[in-house]
Design a protein around this ligand. Structure first.
Ligand SMILES: O=c1ccn([C@H]2C[C@H](O)[C@@H](COP(=O)(O)OP(=O)(O)OP(=O)(O)O)O2)c(=O)[nH]1
Length: 143
């Protein structure tokens, strides 16, 4: 599929032909580096703006390497980019390690996955059909 994108960042988009993975890496678009203290969070701008067709969303997901090696993840993962959003894509990073983390301009901080989603037409009713599980949840079957 084709998705319109405006790139106001200092960095080039990856060439489509070279992307075999589900996610396109998102790079930090910063004038100065940002120091993220332990348990601190920050919205990192990407300089990217997209226009998705209705029925699609984009998900901002963590990178496993940053998470495993540095304890850096996306706080609201997966962040949702709505089809009608025309603003700049931001990444909410949180530092779950015990050391400060430096985010440099151009650093690959997250990845963006385009996904189709259902559009539900909510049918308001008084009763829901019974099921084996019923209202049990949150560990009702044991830990
Ligand atoms: O990680 C994210 C999450 C959201 N957004 C942008 C795109 C999205 O379409 C918009 C709103 O996101 P969301 O619906 O998650 O935010 P909200 O807290 O419900 O705010 P709003 O009242 O703006 O909908 O913010 C991002 O740039 N990055």
């Amino acid at each position: 599929m084709t998705v319109k994108i405006i790139n106001k960042s200092n960095h080039q988009l990856p060439a489509y032909e070279t992307i075999a993975s589900a996610g396109m890496d998102l790079r930090a678009n910063l004038e100065d580096k940002v120091v993220l203290s332990p348990l601190d969070r920050v919205i990192v701008k990407t300089g990217l703006f997209i226009e998705l067709p209705v029925g699609y969303e984009a998900q901002v997901r963590p990178r496993s390497g940053l998470a495993a090696k540095k304890g850096i993840t996306v706080l609201n993962a997966p962040g949702t980019i709505d089809a009608d959003y025309r603003g700049e894509i931001g990444v909410i990073l949180v530092n779950l390690s015990k050391e400060a983390f430096v985010i440099n301009d151009g650093e690959r901080i997250a990845q963006l996955v385009i996904a189709k989603h259902e559009r539900a037409e909510w049918q308001e009713v008084e009763v829901l059909e019974e099921s084996d599980r019923g209202e049990g949840g949150f560990g009702s079957t044991g830990v």
